[in-house]
Write a protein that binds this ligand. Sequence first.
Ligand SMILES: Cc1cc2nc3c(=O)[nH]c(=O)nc-3n(C[C@H](O)[C@H](O)[C@H](O)COP(=O)(O)O)c2cc1C
Length: 207
Amino acid sequence: MREQYNDGGLDESEAGDDPQQLFASWFDDWKATEPFEANVMILSTVDRDGWPSARAVLLKDFDDSGLVFYTNYLSDKARDLDIAGRATLTFVWKPLFRQVRITGTASRVPEQESDEYFASRPRGSQIGAWASDQSSVIAGRTALEESVARIEHRFPDEVPRPSHWGGYRVTPRVCEFWHGRVSRLHDRIRFRIETGSDVWIRERLSP
Ligand SMILES: Cc1cc2nc3c(=O)[nH]c(=O)nc-3n(C[C@H](O)[C@H](O)[C@H](O)COP(=O)(O)O)c2cc1C
């Protein structure tokens, strides 16, 4: 397969000292490139036996304190997150020759934050959050559709947030920014923070 990398890259001066700022800048570049659901990321977790699993979720917010997504608190991923309290988020922005990997601690966002976000969602998504017992085995599509009908009937007007649905915030400890370069001589800049410190350590990794 042909290499497609251009000559651009990631040097230390572009990387700066703050991974959140670099993420924001790269995410802006990506949003300008990808018109549909540019906020997709892969969430990786491990279960109590150490088995990994990964799935796509949508990034809904990020700031100094971390990256937020929403899900069902009874799902497989939630069980993993509640036990391990750790997660990795991976963003593959192939047309820009970029990848970002973020590993950190994961915890539920405050209930009020979940309430506000839930209230902003379309009614269909709100009904879905009640109707779907995410990650459980169901008899068939009909069971899901019947569940939706029951919930529609139960909440003819406003739909409250189910207590089993809300956000997680992943607070980064390690962030790696990868930029593809020719001949596999890619740029990899890693930021990491040590326990108890608030200073990011920046280092370059061999590709
Ligand atoms: C593009 C895309 C975005 C998704 N966004 C979410 C999301 O934000 N939250 C969520 O719970 N599931 C989302 N899903 C579904 C998950 O990938 C997954 O199927 C589901 O959450 C169940 O995962 P689990 O059984 O590992 O807990 C998304 C799937 C795709 C393909």
